[in-house]
Design a protein around this ligand. Structure first.
Ligand code: PLP
Length: 457
């Protein structure tokens, strides 16, 4: 991998100037960036709402495949993919061609009001890939979850929900009711009544039990505890679950977890909705992550990678469930013509290239390399994942969480030329474009090792 043009150039430090915006001070490491990047960060910190978090001062400019270039010409190996969005790779030629062709014809019509081919062709593909018969479009993950909540409530005429601790389902008020990832995200906001229960976080079992002897008691608590003490199934519209918890820490439940959940939902006449927003679209190898567990939920939510970089969300369900009448739910941009064209091209590309199989084999390779690092760096307490959704949990010698070291490693990674992001309380996620090559992954992991070495201090 070539070092970028920006390397070795004059370095600008704002760290010592008296008038520096406090936001910039917080981001820090400004002595590592070039002049153009510095200019953007300065203005951004003035103009943009401070509610966004920025882990390091990277100003992106362009990208191809699995490599991102910043505004001053420095290259980074991307282990983030826009948070599991660029599954088909940055600047994928097939996606670009499809979007450009559609751009020449028409960008938008409001598919809620007018018929058009691109959203229909995409719906056909989604049916074929997922086995569901009906599709509803929206623009983002939170909107997909919101639509699923509304469909579940509308269909069952029941108004309460069950979700899991550590889950992330979005930030609008309905999906935020389900989210239980960080208290900060819910500060002062009201919501739909939702009872949360434990996910199978086996590395730190919330019930202090050992798998497999536990018999996945965590999920059984829905029947053993919630339905007996807290919420009658007759008042419960749906259980919402992530196939693998994403923002909560890339937590992979054991194989029987989702099967048991499916059974509990069936036995109690409660709908099961899967939030595939982060795990879906071949990231775990199969189109839907739930397929890895042999479970078909009543509703599946998609977004992120579905749009291949353009805003796009969808929910999938069978016709017997998605039979709500005209006007009950809708939006302006769902099924947008450009997004639909790009999305279809990305899905066709990933199918044709058998990207799912590549995600599985590269994922095993990356996990193996990370496990090898555990011997030399015991701060890597746990390595887990499915396909290219991999988490490395950073811990103190007594196995307790170590967010400070995690954050230092992420920032050191940036200095070494890799894009990393944290998730959960103390986890580093690896969710690269699914087109990443083994050579790129190895080069990135070498930089990661250096970042760990420096981050541990
Ligand atoms: C599992 C899951 N659901 C929903 C969302 C919300 O998606 P969006 O940010 O597009 O609203 C996210 C975002 O990270 C997610 O990971």
């Amino acid at each position: 991998m070539n070092k970028g043009k920006g390397e070795g150039k004059e370095v600008h430090s704002k760290e010592s100037t008296e008038i520096m915006n406090p936001r910039m001070q917080e981001i820090g490491m400004l002595d590592t960036i070039g002049p153009r990047s510095l200019e953007v960060i300065e203005e951004d910190c003035e103009v943009m709402s401070a509610c966004e978090t920025r882990p390091y001062p990277l100003v992106v400019d362009r990208a191809k495949g699995s490599v991102v270039t910043d505004l001053d010409g420095r290259e980074y190996i991307d282990f983030v993919a826009g948070i599991a969005v660029l599954n088909a790779g940055h600047s994928n030629p097939a996606v670009k061609a499809a979007i450009s062709a559609q751009l020449e014809k028409m960008t938008h019509c409001c598919s809620a009001d007018f018929f058009a081919e691109p959203p229909l062709k995409l719906a056909r593909k989604l049916r074929e890939l997922s086995g569901y018969s009906k599709v509803f479009y929206c623009n983002s993950g939170t909107e997909a979850v919101e639509a699923a909540i509304k469909l579940a409530i509308w269909k069952t005429k029941k108004q309460n929900l069950i979700g899991f601790y550590n889950s992330f389902h979005g930030r609008t008020l309905g999906s935020l009711s389900l989210t239980s990832s960080k208290a900060r995200q819910k500060e002062h906001f009201p919501g739909i009544r939702t009872v949360h229960t434990h996910y199978a976080y086996c590395y730190r079992c919330p019930l202090n039990l050992e798998y497999p002897g536990c018999g996945v008691e965590c999920v059984k608590q829905i029947e053993n505890l919630i339905f007996r003490k807290e919420l009658n199934p007759e008042d419960t519209a749906a259980v919402f679950v992530e196939p693998i918890q994403g923002e909560g820490g890339y937590i992979v439940p054991p194989p029987e977890f989702h099967k048991e959940l499916r059974k509990i939902c069936n036995d109690n006449d409660v709908l099961l909705a899967a939030d595939e927003v982060q795990a879906g679209c071949f990231r775990t190898g199969l189109f839907l992550a739930m397929e890895n567990f042999g479970v078909k939920p009543d509703i599946s939510c998609l977004a992120k990678a579905l749009g291949a970089g353009l805003p796009m969300g969808a929910i999938l369900a069978d016709a017997s469930l998605m039979d709500w009448p005209p006007g009950v739910h809708s939006n302006t941009f769902g099924g947008n013509l450009l997004a639909s064209a790009g999305s279809l091209a990305a899905l066709e590309f990933m199918e044709k290239e058998n990207i799912g199989a590549h995600a599985q084999s590269l994922g095993s390779h990356i996990q193996q390399r990370l496990r090898e690092l555990q011997d030399s760096y015991p701060c890597i307490g746990d390595v887990r994942g499915l396909g290219l959704m991999i988490g490395a949990e950073i811990v103190k010698p007594d196995k307790s969480i170590d967010p400070a070291t995690r954050n230092r490693i992420v920032r050191e990674g940036y200095k070494q030329g890799i894009m990393l992001l944290g998730c959960g309380e103390s986890v580093i996620r690896f969710s690269p474009p699914l087109v990443m090559t083994e050579e790129e992954a190895d080069a990135g992991l070498e930089r990661f090792e250096e970042a760990v070495k420096r981050g541990v201090g």
